[in-house]
Design a protein around this ligand. Structure first.
Ligand code: SAM
Length: 336
């Protein structure tokens, strides 16, 4: 059920803001069965959405400020320079964003749509409710001609809700979040985009380009990256009544060149057994055993375009930062 924001907000802001999914049980978002499956798999893994409880989201904001983590600044540079041409290219559209976070960079895009086309609607999908409320607060106070809908949930459910918005749409996915998806997840997402959205709708995607291992490994081995990774275990502890001992794990991030991706892992520094009480699940780890927590694709644009084209998304244009480290790519749904 749609829920209006708390009354301390200005009436005007509240009227322009709706939060959907506030009464959705969190067990439907952070599904225990899927976690058990991934922790029992080979290799063991944890879905990257477990990075983003409130502590993890704050640590991600800190990571974006690290000198070595160039991705945030590169994408912001592109949007600061090209948001208006993007808005010109698509014409008026409602914006829908996958994994909006605090929407700091999206604001550049929203401002361009408001300037070019007048009052604009923006629907932000995210698993973290607090970050959606923060995004709403920031955006509505700065942009009077904006209607904000926050959709609490995972990409796939959020997309179904957002796709019901009338009129032309621009789906946005920033922060290289598509790069965190495994092949099957990316294919499922692209299939949903093509089937749920209309012919002529656009998809704007931020993605990191493949580059020297030293630059990549520095971006994911700074202090904030290490803390963010270890905090995944704390997230599992509070959410599922677990007893992971964070001090018995080591952060490991490396460039897997053959798979064109960075990988983050947590390595057990001694043999241990862990219980997640709420899931009635226990896990025995050997010394040196790794749990993969995230992949980050590093793409070649030609290959990336090929993947989206297979799903009926036609490349329209792409923009890079001045150092050509990162790209923001515009696709259009052309074929069903
Ligand atoms: C890498 S951050 C990017 C945030 C923002 N777009 C940016 O560029 O700074 C990913 C965001 O997606 C959200 N997220 C991660 N997995 C998700 C999922 N499966 N469904 C919905 N949101 C998800 C996280 O809560 C987080 O805010």
């Amino acid at each position: 059920m749609p829920r209006r924001l708390p009354s301390k907000r200005k009436l005007d802001d509240r009227q322009r803001c709706t939060i959907i999914g506030a009464d959705l049980p969190e067990t439907e978002i952070f599904c225990g069965d899927l976690l058990i499956q991934s922790l029992s798999g080979s290799p063991r893994s944890i879905g990257c959405m477990y990075y983003y409880d409130d502590t993890g989201s704050a640590l991600f904001e800190r990571l974006c400020k690290e000198d070595s983590y160039y991705l945030f600044r590169a994408e912001r540079e592109i949007l600061a320079q090209y948001a208006k041409p993007i808005a010109d290219m698509t014409g008026p559209a409602s914006l829908v964003e996958l994994g909006s976070g605090n929407a700091q960079k999206t604001r550049l895009l929203i401002n361009a749509y408001v300037e070019n086309h007048g009052p604009t609607s923006y629907a932000a999908i995210d698993v973290n409710r607090s970050i959606l409320e923060k995004a709403a607060e920031n955006l509505l106070s700065m942009t009077p001609d904006l209607n904000f809908t926050g959709i609490i949930g995972v990409y796939q459910t959020g997309l179904k809700q957002a796709a019901t918005v009338m009129g032309p749409k621009l789906l946005v996915c920033l922060g290289a979040s598509v790069g965190n998806m495994y092949d099957d997840e990316l294919h499922d997402l692209l299939h949903s985009v093509r089937t749920l959205f209309a012919l002529g709708d656009y998809f704007l995607v931020g993605i990191d380009l493949d580059k020297d291992s030293n630059i990549l490994e520095a971006a994911y081995n700074n202090q904030s990256a290490i803390l963010t990774n270890l905090c995944v275990l704390q997230h599992l502890n509070w959410r599922f009544d677990g007893n992971f001992n964070v001090f018995q794990f080591r952060h490991v991030a490396f460039h897997n060149k053959s798979l064109c991706r960075m990988e983050s892992h947590l390595e057990a520094m001694q043999p241990q057994s862990v219980n997640l009480e709420k899931l009635e699940f226990s896990l025995c780890l050997e010394k040196g055993e790794m749990i993969r927590t995230e992949i980050m694709r590093k793409v070649n644009l030609h290959t990336f375009n090929g993947i989206l084209m297979k799903h009926g998304l036609n490349p329209v244009h792409h923009w890079t930062d001045t150092e050509r480290r990162y790209a923001v790519c515009l696709f259009q749904i052309v074929d069903r």
